[in-house]
Design a protein. Structure first.
Length: 310
């Protein structure tokens, strides 16, 4: 509504059954990435409905169709990194820019790359997983350098966050993470599954806010209203059939240091009250969890309840 050019890069996993669910029809002017979940890092294939029924299919898309000729040939992180750098280096700074960069690393399948050589003295499992984390470090550094080189850094805001804790239980695909000192991991409502690290940076962050550690609640949904507010857009919306505009809260006063406390005081973590349906992801249980203030309620079954070692 206020003239931003918008890009999606990397993972989507937010709908692919209908054209209307694709990034290009969900507010993005351009899109380059994959639509499913766990994708092979080298050939861009995805089991999809299962190898035994339909075979592996290439899952790499650009805008409205297959990214013909762009699949395979290298570790996929380099593809997405190159796309981000191309966008930044060719962007006309007179137009505001929004990039949703959903990094593929570190997601299953855990596959080796040259970054794994940094951990050659450890187990193969450790080297593969932490090699992917080093690929993330490299991508963030490259984007930061590109924004500074383009002159956009001073007027940019970077939000870095994760959609879930690391997979730590052997029943979860790609299990190689350690969420110490938090309990549990991905697919659980323990802190290790939901309490993730996040940071903001860029020239828009007030100097007084830099280096501060914030322990207040922020839900992933809160970035919606927060970023729209910074862009000068009214976040009020009334999609048909929904009772309210959004459950999102503007957390910028808290993040920027203008407010001492977060407006977020409760978080609904999960709402599975019954046994999970057949063919649910490994580790899925009929759990539900709610945080209100200093209290957290967990009900029904809860898998992967252990604390890992340091």
């Amino acid at each position: 509504e206020v003239g931003y050019t918008t890009f999606h890069i990397g993972k989507w996993h937010l709908g692919q059954h209908l054209p209307s669910q694709l990034p290009i029809h969900r507010g993005f002017d351009h899109s380059f990435g994959y639509l499913g979940g766990a994708e092979d890092h080298y050939d861009n294939s995805n089991p999809g409905c299962g190898e035994n029924t339909c075979g592996k299919k290439t899952d790499l898309w650009r805008d409205r169709g297959p990214a013909t000729g762009e699949a395979g040939g290298e570790f996929a992180a380099y593809k997405y990194d190159r796309e981000a750098l191309r966008i930044i280096s060719t962007h006309d700074g007179a137009t505001p820019l929004f990039v949703y960069y959903a990094l593929q690393c570190a997601h299953a399948p855990n596959e080796p790359d040259s970054y794994g050589d940094l951990y050659a003295d450890r187990t193969e499992e450790f080297a593969n997983y932490n090699g992917m984390i080093s690929a993330v470090d490299s991508a963030v550094g490259n984007v930061t350098d590109a924004l500074k080189a383009s002159g956009m850094w001073a007027n940019s805001l970077i939000v870095f966050t994760s959609d879930n804790g690391g997979p730590s239980a052997k029943t979860v695909s790609g299990a190689a993470a350690n969420n110490w000192p938090l309990r549990g991991g991905k697919h659980t409502a323990w802190d290790g599954g939901h309490r993730v690290l996040a940071f903001v940076n860029g020239g828009l962050l007030p100097d007084a806010a830099r280096g501060r550690k914030l322990d207040g609640y922020i839900a992933s949904a809160d970035w919606y209203r927060t970023l729209l507010g910074l862009a000068g857009v009214d976040a009020t919306d009334a999609p048909p059939g929904l009772p309210d505009a959004s459950d999102s809260l503007d957390v910028w006063p808290y993040v920027s240091g203008a407010a001492a406390a977060s407006p977020r005081t409760e978080i609904a973590l999960a709402s599975r009250w019954a046994d999970p349906p057949k063919n649910s992801p490994p580790g899925t249980n009929g759990s539900a969890a709610l945080i209100v203030g200093d209290y957290k309620l967990l009900t029904a079954k809860m898998s992967s309840a252990a604390w890992p070692g340091p």
